[in-house]
Design a protein around this ligand. Structure first.
Ligand code: PLP
Length: 499
């Protein structure tokens, strides 16, 4: 069975500079390997995950020692899982059962057995809590600005005014002009619009990195099925996209390069400006998935030099279901749907006014606070990282030094990452793995595999992503809890070499 990433590694797509040069100089197997990332297989492979948590409720407190994570549900519960299993893999494996009865029962059980456990959220790359002031604005918009922004009467025009105010707020966050902002339903739609809107004909060539989010990779895969040719850029062992060989990758038919600003699993900040400079000088459109960057680091689309930039409301303390795509003035983009002139025709459909208002409010706060908050959160992340590495032996950071300040991805040798997530969850800490649970097994993160980690190493990795609600006391409590859980899980681990 094809496993994304692992296969790439076998074909030495994770390369040093020399390896890359050799790959290119010989018969370009790396690019071929990259190009044969077939998400048909991955789709099918990932579509059945669901952990049968309910079956193990009786032994829940002994769960770290059980084979808890080994159980997966049958096709019935698989069907309950959203199709995009990569999303689940990206966020947290337990999402496989969110909404199901057994998930509900599990949480009832936790509440009953552990009524006083405080919850601390360290999974801000999955989603962020809506800020109260953002929720207030959204509520007011829903109740008071309910007109259709396309209507010419006053009720409509009030709604139009709210939408345009939000457009300015989002534009300010990105260093764009308001006219360059197109509201969408979120990061996935923005990425789809950017990619499908540029690559419109068979035999065109498009380029992305292997560590992109599934909303990019699976869109590329779909484009490939339609006859578009795709090449995937490899990453270094730190997870950073290599730029040395760009000129040898592009073709006369290359129309798009898509490279994310910050990786959702490692926080790695990619050399977007360099790639954009290269691409634009050749007339190639540059798309950047900025979902994990906007609000976490300062973003200026002009200095990045990109043509298209995706953001998502729910990573910015706004609700789910709202996002935006920056479309540089003059960029030719075909809409995904038809039915009106909304959003300059790029995204027809009556606007989600409350969501857009919320996103504007969140963008304004992010723009105001990003400089200070990124330093504060960065110090907390460093404290967490240093504390975990110092108090737990055989741990290592997956990722480069230059990362989004809120993210650290840590490998705990000999520990099953999913068991660690659940153990920490029981102690009140929300963290995640990059793994995806499928076909009866937990599949490691494609990002970590692309960085050269073994499957075991990738499966023993945990992503901690911090945000506004975290403070030093929570970080210290998390370090202590993680040390205790790691010690317990390792004592039970058959693979960990005990000293
Ligand atoms: N791109 C990246 C890097 C992400 O992390 C995510 C979500 O996790 C998305 C895109 C998709 O965004 P949304 O959930 O708004 O569709």
């Amino acid at each position: 069975m094809f496993v994304f990433g692992q296969d790439l590694m076998e074909d030495s797509v994770v390369w040093s500079d020399e390896e890359m040069a050799i790959c290119l100089d010989n018969n370009r197997p790396a690019m071929r390997a990259n190009a044969r990332v077939h998400y048909n297989d991955v789709d099918g492979f990932f579509r059945k995950p669901a952990i049968r948590v309910g079956d193990h409720e009786g032994g829940f407190h002994g769960l770290e020692g059980s084979h808890f994570m080994a159980y997966v549900d049958d096709l019935r519960s698989g069907a309950e899982v959203q199709d995009d299993a990569f999303h689940h893999g990206d966020e947290m494996v337990l999402q496989a059962e969110i909404g199901s009865e057994s998930e509900y029962r599990r949480h009832r059980l936790i509440n009953w057995k552990q009524p006083h456990v405080s919850r601390f959220y360290f999974d801000h790359n999955a989603t962020t809590p809506v800020l109260p002031s953002v929720a207030d604005e959204m509520r007011s918009a829903a109740l008071e600005v309910w007109g259709n922004p396309s209507s010419i009467h006053q009720d409509g025009q009030r709604a139009r005014h709210s939408v345009e105010k939000a457009r300015h707020q989002v534009a300010t966050l990105l260093g764009a002009t308001a006219k360059e902002i197109v509201f969408t339903s979120g990061g996935t739609e923005s990425n789809n619009l950017a990619i499908q809107g540029v690559a419109t004909a068979a035999r065109q060539h498009i380029v992305a990195s292997v560590v992109e989010h599934p909303s990019v990779l699976q869109t590329f895969s779909q484009m490939e099925r339609q006859g578009v040719e795709a090449t995937y850029l490899a990453v270094s062992r730190d997870g950073v996209v290599g730029t040395e060989y760009l000129s040898r990758l592009v073709k006369a038919t290359t129309v798009l390069m898509s490279v994310m600003h910050a990786n959702n699993e490692t926080g790695a900040i990619q050399p977007v400006a360099e790639i954009a400079e290269f691409a634009r000088s050749r007339g190639i459109v540059v798309h950047c998935d900025g979902v994990q960057a906007a609000g976490r680091i300062p973003v200026d689309v002009a200095s990045l030099g990109v043509d298209l930039y995706s953001i998502s409301g729910h990573k910015l303390y706004a609700p789910k279901g709202c996002g935006a795509l920056y479309v540089r003035k003059g960029t030719v983009l075909k809409p995904l749907q038809y039915g009106g002139r909304h959003e300059q025709g790029f995204r027809p459909g009556t606007e989600n006014v409350p969501g857009i208002v919320a996103m504007g409010a969140a963008a304004e706060i992010a723009a105001r606070d990003v400089a200070v908050e990124s330093v504060r959160v960065g110090a907390l992340r460093d404290r967490l990282e240093a504390g975990l590495l110092a108090s737990i032996p055989d741990t290592a950071v997956n990722g480069p030094a230059v990362r989004t300040p809120n993210t650290t991805n840590i490998r705990f040798d000999g520990i099953d990452g999913e068991a660690m997530v659940i153990a920490l969850d029981l102690k009140g800490f929300a963290v995640s793995t990059g793994a995806a649970c499928s076909s009866g097994a937990v599949e490691p993160s494609h990002v970590l595999l692309a960085m050269g980690l073994t499957r075991e190493q990738a499966k023993s990795s945990i992503r901690f992503s911090l945000g506004r609600s975290n403070d030093e006391a929570q970080v210290d409590a998390l370090i202590a809890a993680a040390a205790e859980c790691a010690g317990r899980l390792r004592r039970l681990s058959p693979t960990y070499a005990h000293a």
